[in-house]
Write a protein of this length. Structure first.
Lengths: 285, 339
């Protein structure tokens, strides 16, 4: 009997190969994290837990906390700034307004992270656009320190994440049944009440996925904190890079990467649980 | 059709074989560094008829690739920093040089022959540099100690990839050896108020100086000269304790099938004529004393033209100590100074 393979097996093959390679790479990271670093050598030593002991020093906890804090702030600010844009994008009546908003929101995706970060360096520097403007209109006498601060890093990361957040929110807003809004308005709800009690809750799945995606994305941010943070604001990826690629201490860099991965996965599981609960509550109410 | 395919295949194989025979592959940095090597490469092709191909990348990226390639190297020759050269040859990734086939090596300053595997064609320095229009009028850095002064508070930029310069300077100030750097940890911690930012590359170093974000930096002299050329009022200082020397070296990749050609190339890089071209281009210090630099280059601060000047102004660390201590320095610096 001629048994035919299901057609999707062929299509699954690339995904399976990629997954196997990824798993092998992860295993390499894991095995490097428990190896001894030998200064002045390209080879690693025997098995050790020293890297995990070292990582318990307060500095690494602070960097991890900083990474969470910056990622959370980025997700929240990206949401707040992206929602009105996404709303206007979906609800604008004129085609040209929609086209303009699409271009403005999505175009940044086509410029590299480095290019965008360099632009922010020019904007936020001591003699950059922001400080020059504030000095010209006499709001400040001395330039504000924005570069090399968490604030500067968050500003650049928010702008970097906004296109993705806008796409996710616009999708959610476009799925809102307008009849529900009309029904609420017919029953006497003013536009503000319609938004807060109908539109916003119905777009909650998009809001929650936006937060999760941007949070996870920012957890692995590298170039932006590297350039805007100038070594004064370190995120976990920068720390791993400094150890791995400045001095080839690959075992310790692997330990840092592993901790970053576990923390990111842990926080995503936690967020998923919280958002799942929230979605269920919204569905019930 | 079949005949055409066979003919095309044969042609492709012949072309590949010919190019493999006639090309010397060099691994070096990108940008200006590659342009400098290409000056020698052009002359090499002119003299030998052998084409030169370049593979460019970062210092440690190239080292990692060489490690992965093992005995089948992608390049025949590697141009890297001296302490990274140590990592290459201590791991068996470089061939021993036959100095009898590199006659120009006999003329070099003693510090240029780094090992049996690596030889230096030129050096540069890391030294304090400042923007004259962003600092008080009488400000000067005649000693590394000035970087700890109130005048530099919140103005200093340092490389994030290599804290060795400031650590070596601190040991020099304290009168101890670099491997006794534990003794200067409190001194280094006292530098924290001076530091405003860390730079990641030559480009970000120049950018921080250009924008005035860090008007004082421990900077590569070549970057300082470049900023001067752009019209920026910067001053490159050589402190009385000396400037920390960075050494670039050449080594032959282990497993290279073109060892003789590679040695010929190294010999050419050490030729006084070639070094003059190279160092006038980079504004660096040639390791062959017979090199005649343009007077305006020779008079720049940090350009060494005699052995006496090297002894007076240069702080040079041996490659093994550098390679072994750098990871410890880096880890301590990240944990205690950067965050």
């Amino acid at each position: 009997m001629n048994q035919r393979r299901p057609f999707f097996v062929t299509f699954l093959a690339p995904a399976i190969v990629t997954a196997v390679i990824l798993a092998a790479a992860m295993f390499e990271v894991l095995q490097y994290s428990v190896r001894e670093f030998i200064p002045g050598s390209l080879n690693v030593g025997g098995f050790t837990l020293d890297n995990f002991v070292r990582i318990q020093r307060p500095i690494y906890w602070w960097v991890l906390l900083d990474t969470f804090y910056i990622s959370l702030l980025t997700a929240i600010f990206a949401l707040v700034l992206s929602y009105p844009v996404a709303y206007a994008l979906v609800r604008a009546r004129r085609d040209w307004v929609r086209s303009l908003l699409v271009s403005l929101s999505i175009t940044p995706l086509f410029t590299g992270e480095i290019v965008r970060t360099y632009s922010w360096m020019l904007m936020l520097g001591s003699d950059g656009f922001v400080n020059s403007m504030l000095q010209k209109i006499s709001l400040i006498d001395m330039p504000l320190q924005i570069m090399y601060t968490r604030f500067g890093v968050v500003v650049a990361l928010v702008q970097y994440s906004m296109p993705v957040m806008i796409i996710l929110l616009a999708t959610a807003i476009s799925h809102v049944d307008r009849d529900c809004e009309k029904a609420a308005a017919n029953l006497g709800a003013n536009p503000s009440a319609v938004f807060w009690r109908i539109t916003l809750p119905l777009t909650m799945p998009g809001i929650l996925s936006g937060i999760v995606v941007v949070f996870a994305w920012t957890m692995s941010a590298f170039s932006t904190p590297q350039l805007i943070g100038g070594g004064k604001v370190l995120m976990i990826a920068n720390l791993a890079y400094l150890q791995g690629f400045s001095v080839l201490n690959l075992p310790f860099a692997a330990t840092l990467s592993l901790i970053a991965l576990v923390s990111a996965l842990g926080s995503l599981v936690l967020m998923k649980a919280v958002t799942g609960r929230l979605e269920r509550r919204l569905a019930i109410s | 059709m079949k005949k055409l395919c066979i003919a095309l295949g044969a042609l492709a194989m012949t072309a590949t074989a010919a190019s493999a025979q006639e090309k010397l592959v060099i691994s070096t940095w990108g940008g200006n560094w590659k342009d400098g090597v290409a000056i020698v490469g052009k002359e090499f092709t002119k003299r030998t008829g052998v084409e030169v191909d370049y593979i460019t990348g970062g210092t440690l990226d190239r080292l990692a690739k060489a490690k992965v390639a093992g005995a089948n190297p992608e390049s025949d020759l590697t141009n890297t920093t001296a302490h990274v050269g140590y990592l290459y040859y201590s791991d068996g990734l470089m061939e021993k040089l036959d100095y009898s086939k590199i006659p120009n090596a006999a003329d070099l300053y003693p510090m240029a022959k780094r090992s049996d595997f690596t030889v230096s064609d030129y050096v540069y320095i890391y030294s304090p540099v400042f923007r004259t229009n962003a600092m008080p009028k009488d400000f000067k850095i005649d000693s590394w100690e000035v970087l700890w002064s109130a005048a530099v508070k919140g103005k200093l930029g340092l490389p994030d990839f290599d804290p060795s310069h400031i650590i070596i300077a601190a040991t020099k100030l304290a009168g101890v050896k670099p491997d006794e750097w534990d003794k200067v940890k409190p001194k280094l911690l006292a530098l924290k108020p001076s530091i405003k930012a860390f730079y990641q590359s030559d480009a970000t170093s120049q950018n921080l100086m250009r924008t005035g974000e860090t008007p004082v930096q421990v900077m590569l002299n070549i970057n300082g000269y470049h900023l001067e050329k752009l019209g920026l009022p910067v001053k490159i200082e050589i402190p009385k304790e000396g400037a920390v020397v960075g050494v670039d070296v050449w080594g032959i990749n282990a497993g290279s099938k073109k060892k003789d050609l590679a040695q010929k190339f190294i010999d050419l890089t050490l030729d006084p004529e070639m070094l003059a071209q190279l160092c006038n281009f980079h504004k660096c210090s040639p390791m062959n004393p017979k090199t005649k630099l343009a007077p305006e280059i020779a008079s720049l601060p940090g350009i060494f033209t005699t052995q006496a000047q090297i002894e007076k102004e240069a702080i040079v660390l041996d490659d093994k100590t550098y390679a072994t201590l750098l990871p410890q320095w880096k880890l301590w610096f990240t944990e205690n100074i950067m965050h």
